[in-house]
Design a binder for this molecule. Sequence first.
Ligand SMILES: Nc1ncnc2c1ncn2[C@@H]1O[C@H](COP(=O)(O)OP(=O)(O)OP(=O)(O)O)[C@@H](O)[C@H]1O
Ligand SMILES: [Mg+2]
Length: 224
Amino acid sequence: MSDYSIKILPPPAWLYVFSRIIREPGKVMVIGDVDAGKTTFCLMLANFLFSKKMNIGVLDLDVGQSHIGPPTMLGLGKVSSRLNNLEEIKPIATYDVGSESPAGFAEIIVNGTEFLMAEAEKRKFEVVIIDTTGYIRTDEAVNLKLDKIRTIEPDYVILLEKENELHELKKCLEDAGVSFIRLTATAETRERDLEERAKFRRRSWSRHLVYTLRRILNKRVDKN
Ligand SMILES: Nc1ncnc2c1ncn2[C@@H]1O[C@H](COP(=O)(O)OP(=O)(O)OP(=O)(O)O)[C@@H](O)[C@H]1O
Ligand SMILES: [Mg+2]
């Protein structure tokens, strides 16, 4: 479905962080600009922890380029196999935001985050990996990230940066005494244009419509 190949190897700095998470499991929130490699980081971490037989949840807070659940929804799922992409994770809980863009939807996104984190806690995951949108450049965007951090209380805030585009957020985190791990986004990341992003959303919608139709039809067959 997507191009997140498991053949790509994590850079050494990422592996170092993965090993630390194995030693001290917890909630890992990944933040960065559009196309910084956030989802790839989450996928690699999920596979790495799964290979160590850990119980892992993934919370997808990206309403645009959604991987768990359809676009417009936040989604939570459990890693139950080695993954080629995050779309292979079946949603165990979703929260409808009603927009493919986070702009103007901060309150409902924070409410959804709180709801899904509570669902994650019930399932007693050793590690919850939290993927986020690349919405970071405006004051509203930075405030939304800070609100999500307050809601989630992550043990690890991972900042994936190409240059210094997260400077505003880093300053706010330093002022608030929230520690973070800054990693350089790899040079290999590929930028997707608006058409590619729209295509990704269309594919995601059709996948979920087919899935829902199958479930409805299977229920009917069971009844007959
Ligand atoms: N370490 C890497 N090595 C090679 N390619 C990579 C690496 N990290 C990311 N990529 C590629 O770069 C592209 C963007 O990565 P990814 O989708 O993970 O970024 P993102 O930050 O999640 O983007 P978005 O803001 O759209 O959610 C993808 O095609 C991915 O396969
Ligand atoms: Mg992503």
